[in-house]
Design a protein around this ligand. Structure first.
Ligand SMILES: C[S@@+](CC[C@H](N)C(=O)[O-])C[C@H]1O[C@@H](n2cnc3c(N)ncnc32)[C@H](O)[C@@H]1O
Length: 386
């Protein structure tokens, strides 16, 4: 499933021939279903009372025929099913290839030139006096692809109920680092699916969680979002969100996760927050991050709390999260350390290109860190140069 949607997203940024090929291989009916699912996910309530249910028929043209879906919008939200209606409030017709590009293509390649919108309720004088709810609904449905909801991350955190804003103040930092990546076909992995409940043993309820995963899915409209959790929350998977059952402190289980996800663009550690687990995950997953990728660790305050394996007396212990992360600062400058030192450069030294620390959160930037050190004549005093 994740493989097929990944292929559709990638093809959506290519030429029509590639889109046609993926439609043939995945199947036009399935692709139409993916499009409607995505449109319904991005849907946002209009700022008016809808009153009666509005039915919009979405028709995707393919070969000589059409694949039709009915999207029903009411005060409770949006639902959809395959089918046709005798008298829908509106009809949208679009070639399936163009619709794939519109929904999953990059921002600058989206197209609506071949789309036809019929507002079946406009043929009445009352439509002038009081615009029917269907006008709003059609506008909102088309906006899911034309304008792409560019809601800010803080707003999305509140909408989906993630504690990345409110309890924590992380969303402005995420926005700073993630906004330029927003339109890319990324693979994202978050450790910790969440779903806290006072009555269900903290995070123990398999049917709760996924708040931040849904926020990422909305924020990155072309990304595949993976989540892992020590509690089996796989049932919360949906289109573009795959949840796997894994313990972040177990390297073998993380290797299994990588076999499923492939190389990663972004990792977010919001799991147990125990230093030992955080460092095991970092050591295991960082090699699978692509160059240019970001590895984010949240809740670093736990590095100072013995309850989480932290330490408030010794600040540079390599066994605490922050103690280890501080050693990466020396790694950034490893080429400047004099030959007399017995420090041996490690993998992180050569592959960490930037470290961005904020209150309780760090962004580690992956990239080749081998610019070459300063010149010998400057490193050593004249009487030490051979
Ligand atoms: C803070 S919650 C995650 C919140 C979620 N990321 C969000 O922002 O909505 C922490 C999650 O980590 C999970 N967790 C705890 N220990 C873990 C471990 N060793 N491996 C994987 N997940 C773990 C918990 O079950 C819980 O769901």
């Amino acid at each position: 499933m994740a493989n097929d949607i990944a292929r559709v997203i990638l093809a959506a940024g290519c030429r029509d021939e590639e889109i046609a090929a993926v439609i043939e291989s995945v199947g036009p009916a399935r692709i139409a279903g993916m499009l409607v699912d995505e449109i319904a996910y991005r849907w946002e309530r209009p700022p008016v009372e809808l009153g009666e249910e509005v039915v919009v028929q979405l028709c995707f043209g393919h070969d000589a025929g059409e694949i039709s879906y009915l999207v029903r919008v009411g005060s409770a939200g949006v639902a959809y099913e395959p089918g046709v209606a005798e008298k829908p409030h509106a009809r949208v017709e679009q070639d399936l290839r163009e619709a794939v590009r519109a929904v999953f293509g990059p921002d600058d390649g989206r197209a609506a030139a071949g789309r036809r919108l019929e507002l079946c309720v406009s043929d009445s004088p009352t439509a002038f006096v009081q615009p029917p709810a269907a006008f709003w609904v059609a506008q909102r449905l088309l906006a899911t692809t034309d304008d792409r909801d560019r809601s800010g991350l803080t707003e999305l955190a509140s909408r989906y109920g993630s504690d990345k804003w409110g309890i924590h103040r992380y969303t402005p930092h995420y926005r700073h680092h993630f906004e330029p990546l927003r339109d890319r076909p990324l693979t994202i992995l978050e450790i910790g699916v969440g779903g806290f409940s006072l009555s269900a043993n903290g995070y123990g309820d398999p049917a709760r969680g996924g708040e931040s995963l849904r926020m990422w899915k909305h924020y990155f409209p072309r990304a595949l979002v993976y989540g892992i959790d020590i509690v089996d929350k796989r049932a919360l998977s949906e289109q573009r969100i795959t949840i796997l059952h894994a313990d972040q402190s177990n390297p073998a289980e993380l290797d299994e996760v990588i076999r499923e996800t492939g190389p990663l663009d972004i990792v977010i550690d919001d799991g147990s927050h125990r230093s030992e687990h955080v460092l095991t995950s970092l050591r295991t997953l960082f090699p699978h991050l692509r160059n240019g990728g970001l590895y984010v660790i949240e809740d670093l305050q736990t590095s100072y709390w013995p309850r989480f394996g932290g330490n408030s007396d010794v600040f540079d212990s390599p066994s605490t999260s922050v103690g280890f992360l501080k050693s990466l600062v020396d790694g950034l400058n490893h080429e400047e350390i004099l030959d007399s030192s017995d420090r041996v450069p490690g993998d992180f030294d050569r592959s960490v290109r930037g470290l961005h620390f904020y209150h309780n959160i760090v962004f580690i930037e992956k990239g080749l860190n081998v610019e070459g050190g300063g010149p010998v004549w400057l490193r050593y005093p004249p009487d030490h140069q051979g």
